[in-house]
Design a protein around this ligand. Sequence first.
Ligand SMILES: N[C@@H](CC(=O)c1ccccc1NC=O)C(=O)O
Ligand SMILES: [Zn+2]
Ligand SMILES: [Zn+2]
Length: 208
Amino acid sequence: MWIDITQTLTSDIAHWPDDTPFSFEVAVTKENSGSVNIGKITTSTHIGTHIDAPFHFDDAGATTELLDINRYIGDATVIELNEEIITRDILEHHEIRGTILLIKTRQEIDTSVFLNKVPVLSEDAVEYLALLGIELFGIDVASVDHIDSKTLDIHHKLYRNNIMIIENVVLTETDPGYYDFIALPLKIEGGDGSPVRAVVRRKENDNE
Ligand SMILES: N[C@@H](CC(=O)c1ccccc1NC=O)C(=O)O
Ligand SMILES: [Zn+2]
Ligand SMILES: [Zn+2]
């Protein structure tokens, strides 16, 4: 069974301060058109469960339509941590398999609240993930850097180590373990990121 680990896009879903909120409306109604309802969305690309294209933090980085979809489908490990700074030493205490690591740091998520305090990886933790062969890093908060960071050091460090980023995954219903994972970005030309529909399926055999 596939498990949805995506935030629902609602009119009150949290957005970055001063950023574009998410909105959906039925812009044309069946009554008016005589045939169909037609929706219209307005949103930041960094809304809810989403991926960051490298162009988000590097003008020379790849934009959304150029991303390799193979990075966003694969074998994932979910681990649960409570530390504010996630170091290599902490990660070494967990058996991480596959190319995707998802870190669960929250037992409850209110998607209408923008959390200002988030756990972050240390630089040596990023190097360790690269050493393990991780290609996609995900976490259940709005950013892989401190919320007030202007330099986005961990975004850049992950990028330099060839690790892509997914933020705001919902892991409240997901126990630590090994999963198949899919979360595909929209093919937005010139895009700096994209909301995704992220799903996981527990591996039947944990030795797989
Ligand atoms: N790096 C964040 C987004 C981010 O930093 C941001 C998004 C919208 C408006 C402002 C932002 N950062 C401001 O300092 C992210 O990856 O979603
Ligand atoms: Zn983002
Ligand atoms: Zn980000």
